[in-house]
Design a protein around this ligand. Structure first.
Ligand code: ADP
Ligand code: MG
Length: 626
């Protein structure tokens, strides 16, 4: 019985895109079909290696291309695991979940060019070159074979058929040539061979093809005869087993794209071959762009894990520490057992050693990027710097030594990102601390009154604009024996010549400050004269561990415990506002209360905090205008 079914909606859309494709590199359809064939063989190969019931013979696994010029068909056959009827429907009637389509916007889809070129679109790519696609397949362990056939977007049919061996034959009835496009080129041996070499050379199984050549005809002088012989076209050496100097940066980039490790171009690739007490090959990539789900729970870190060329796990998370979770790639080790399960794997010593080794190499790579290719490193840091800072903070700072030299922060003096090392190296001798200011944005921090004294001293200030920054720094505690200090902390550690005089002035204004403290009860802990303000009348500083920025971050978290920073209201005694305050204190307490509230609210605004009662604030403002 023949059943006709419709494609699922998105599949239909993708299919239409393929059918009408004006994409010039249609040849990639072959890469897609060969890679599917190879995946299918991987599955049966793995089963055969690990299942004693199955006979194992390496020669049984191959891919074969057959072109027929009379019928204008090209068939790609594999001895892979095949598909059941359900699998045919699920896999070919719907876009595979792994399909890159889900991540693309509507306009990018319309354009089409981009996704086909960069990521391939899998099975449906066949419709770029064929009017009719026929899949004949028999699944491992099944007695029945099925034929799936589609003439394009209208739908497909499935019926029972005969096939002796397990595996899949995909036959493409090529489109007719048009004035602009030729399709029968995909029946020519030399063309097929070139495409295989270009895209599929390192497929692990032989890709065979009948090739016609000429040879001297026996019993004649110089007559030639044609003969046909089956040949293996691909070299079958996986890229990670090749010699580094045989490979170009393009090869690595192509592999990244083929493997769909990311939608970007990798920033850096790393090819590792270790031969010693641990043996493994790895190709690792540092991506350039943050994957859209990177900073979400959905993101899963991990590397592909191969054992002697056989894929045993698609995402082995034990191979990467969390702080390097952005790294993509694969590891192949001869020493791992094929039968390894996830549980065993976690305790596998070999794997732990590989992880350690990889981690070191990644760090080394990042360091040399920082040293020699600063721009690239900054691009990387833009995307993944936050992860490194989380790494410093998490596990109670266990990895801080590993990561501290990879951190960058914006420098108030240099007006660009600098490392901690660079900061400390250019510190004047008398400077005791590494100063930082935390806030929403660089622009805002540049205007922060609290920075005035530190900046005046000629000291550099690191600007922290990520929520995590201050927490990470608290975990570091110090760098090269220099402690970190917030410019808002009440004690800046800067010796002041006038400090004696300050003490006297504080004493002199004791009553004023006490009065102001009662006005601001519950809001600030203390009111005092500032020795950091130069041109602004007022600012907030904090005593103790919790700074205002940390308070903001902590209180933005769910189930927060309403942690409060201990705030100090600092006044600039050289500002005329202060003179107005002292003058009013002698004869108009109500005015002092009004000024106190206004100054406090101003300080809140400068800090980027919100005013508790904006109506009262604007009323206060009006009062001083009339
Ligand atoms: P992807 O390879 O990214 O999963 P494709 O569109 O290329 O997406 O293929 C869809 C699915 O169809 C595959 O995941 C696989 O399950 C199945 N498939 C395709 N070709 C074959 C084949 N030759 N043998 C067995 N299964 C196949
Ligand atoms: Mg595929």
């Amino acid at each position: 019985m023949v059943q006709t079914k419709e494609f699922k909606a998105e599949s239909k859309r993708l299919l239409e895109m393929m059918i009408n494709s004006i994409y010039s590199q249609r040849e990639v359809f072959l890469r897609e079909l060969i890679s599917n064939a190879s995946d299918a063989i991987d599955k049966i190969y793995y089963k055969a290696l690990t299942d004693d019931e199955l006979q194992f013979n390496k020669d049984d696994y191959f891919i074969k291309l057959s072109a027929n010029k009379e019928t204008k068909t090209l068939t790609i056959s594999d001895t892979g695991i095949g598909m059941t009827k359900e699998e045919l429907e699920n896999n070919l009637g719907t876009i595979a979940k792994s399909g890159s389509l889900a991540f693309k916007t509507e306009t990018e889809l319309k354009d089409g060019h981009d996704i086909i070129g960069q990521f391939g679109v899998g099975f449906y790519a066949a419709f770029m070159v064929a009017d009719v696609v026929t899949v004949v397949t028999k699944a491992l362990g099944s007695d029945t074979a099925y034929k799936w056939e589609s003439h394009g977007a209208d739908g497909y049919t499935i019926e029972e058929t005969n096939k002796d061996t397990v595996g899949t034959d995909i036959t493409l009835k090529l489109k007719e040539n048009t004035e602009e496009d030729t399709y029968d080129e995909f029946l020519e041996e030399y063309r097929l061979q070139a495409i295989i070499k270009k895209y599929s050379d390192f497929i692990r199984y032989p890709i065979k093809m009948d090739k016609t050549s000429q040879r001297p005809k026996e019993g004649t002088e110089n007559e030639l005869e044609e003969y046909t012989e089956e040949q293996t076209i691909n070299s079958m050496v996986p890229i990670w087993r090749k010699n580094k100097n045989e490979l170009t940066e393009d090869d690595y980039q192509q592999f990244y794209t083929d493997k769909r490790y990311g939608f970007d171009k990798p920033l850096k690739s790393l090819h590792i071959s270790v031969d010693g007490s641990i043996r493994y090959n790895a190709i690792l990539y540092i991506p350039e762009k943050t994957p859209f789900d990177y900073y979400s729970k959905e993101y899963e870190k991990g590397l592909e894990l191969y054992s002697n060329g056989v894929l045993i796990m698609e995402k082995c998370s034990d191979l990467l520490p969390d702080y390097f979770s952005f790294v993509k790639g694969l590891v192949d080790s001869e020493d791992l057992s094929l039968n390894i399960s996830r549980e065993i794997l976690q305790h596998d010593r070999q794997l732990k050693r590989i992880e350690k080794n990889i981690t070191k190499k990644i760090k080394g790579q990042l360091q040399s990027l920082l040293k020699d290719e600063r721009e690239k490193y900054e691009a990387f840091y833009q995307s993944f710097g936050r992860q490194l800072k989380y790494g410093v903070y998490s596990d109670f700072g266990a990895n801080k030594e590993m990561l501290q030299d990879l951190l960058l922060f914006h420098s108030s003096k240099e007006k660009k990102l600098i490392s901690l090392n660079e900061y400390v190296s250019s510190m004047p001798e008398e400077q005791k601390y590494i100063y930082y200011a935390a806030g929403e944005s660089i622009e805002r921090l540049e205007k922060l009154p609290q920075t005035e004294l530190v900046a005046d001293k000629g000291y550099d200030i690191l600007f922290f604009t990520d929520d995590i920054d201050e927490f990470a720094i608290k975990m570091l505690m110090n760098y090269m024996e220099k402690e970190f200090k917030s410019v808002s902390s009440s004690d800046l550690g800067i010796e002041q010549e006038e400090s004696k005089e300050d003490a006297a002035s504080n004493e002199e204004n004791k009553e004023l400050f006490a009065y102001m403290e009662t006005i601001l009860a519950g809001k600030v802990k203390k009111v005092k004269l500032s020795n950091r303000l130069k041109s602004y009348p007022v600012c907030l500083s904090t005593e103790g561990e919790i700074t205002i920025e940390m308070e903001k971050t902590l209180n933005a978290m769910p189930n927060n415990e309403h942690i409060k920073a201990e705030k100090v209201l600092e006044l600039n005694k050289n500002h005329s506002v202060f003179q107005s305050l002292t003058a009013a204190f002698d004869n108009d307490k109500e005015k002092v209360a009004l000024y106190t509230n206004l100054l406090y609210n101003q300080a809140l605004l400068i800090e980027g905090l919100s005013i508790e009662d904006p109506v009262a604030f604007t009323n206060d403002l009006c009062k001083i205008m009339i």
